[in-house]
Design a protein around this ligand. Structure first.
Ligand code: PEP
Ligand code: MN
Length: 274
């Protein structure tokens, strides 16, 4: 877990203060691979917060410059790519709704071209492995050097424990079909509720994912999108810490630092419950 890549940040970039507070809290506690924040939000129904758009791009550029952490945002059109690149952003994720549309993926792949640093490709809404692989192939063929798959669960239709159903069998199949492909898990969009994010993280780690892609917000209850599933920065850090400790306990090498870390994460989680 300690070696695992972590991509974390709010569902949406809402204000410069929210973006900076979230990024500072995360960067202070963990070595982030990327800070994430959605600038253009694909909403299922109209009339909800659709993101700040171009106005939010300088906030992400500021995180990269001042906190020395790479940033990524979601793109769904060639215009998004052009605008994000103008602000120096060169890593992106492709959302589940977009991955489901080969025309959109092809257009994005051409717009990103070779200039993209990392492109995270979320699974499509339905458990169609070839559609997911097809999207990954389109980005690779267009010259993207680093493509990462992100499992964010599949639309369940009939309900269930989670907002989106995890399918670890599909993850294992993807790994067998593309052994060199890094596979991350987004436990936030699977869980749908903050109290279930930890158990999904644990399942992901048991399935040996290469990284986590997690929604974190400095004040989740006030979030303008996905308020129910976002973690406080300290909750996310405590979860990472407790999962690291799980590993260490299994290895029966619990040194003084690890014991402190374990106690601290327990206190944090009791605090969070209170
Ligand atoms: C997101 O990451 O905020 C998002 C909209 O994700 P997904 O495409 O997985 O629903
Ligand atoms: Mn979200």
């Amino acid at each position: 877990v300690a070696r695992m890549s972590s991509v974390a940040g709010p569902c949406s970039a809402e204000s410069e203060a929210q973006v900076m507070a979230c990024a500072r809290a995360l960067v202070g506690g963990v070595r982030l691979s990327y800070f994430r924040a959605g600038v253009w939000k694909p909403r299922t129904r109209p009339g909800h917060f659709e993101g700040r758009g171009e106005e939010a791009l300088p906030w992400l550029a500021r995180v990269a410059k001042e906190l020395h952490v790479p940033v990524c945002t979601e793109v769904a059109t060639a215009e998004h790519v052009m605008l994000a690149k103008r602000y120096g952003i060169d890593s992106f994720w492709v959302g589940a709704r977009t991955t489901s549309d080969p025309f959109a993926v092809q257009m994005l792949a051409e717009a990103l071209g070779k200039g993209v640093e990392t492109v995270f490709v979320k699974n499509p809404l339905s458990p169609d492995l070839d559609l997911w692989i097809g999207a990954i192939e389109r980005f690779r063929r267009a010259g993207a050097t680093r493509v990462v798959a992100v499992h964010r669960g599949f639309f369940p239709f009939a309900g269930g424990r989670y907002r989106n159903a995890p399918r670890w069998d599909v993850v294992l199949l993807l790994r067998s079909r593309m052994p060199d492909l890094p596979i991350y898990c987004d436990p936030s969009h699977i869980a749908g509720k903050r109290e279930l994010v930890g158990e999904v993280m644990r399942q992901a780690i048991l399935h040996a994912v290469d990284g986590l892609f997690v929604e974190v917000h400095p004040s989740p209850a006030d979030a303008l999108s996905d308020a129910r599933q976002q973690l406080l920065p300290e909750e996310f850090l405590a979860l990472l810490c407790s999962l690291t400790n799980l590993e260490q306990q299994q290895l029966e090498r619990l040194d003084e630092d690890a014991q402190l870390c374990l106690l601290r994460s327990k206190i944090d989680s009791i605090d969070a419950q209170l």
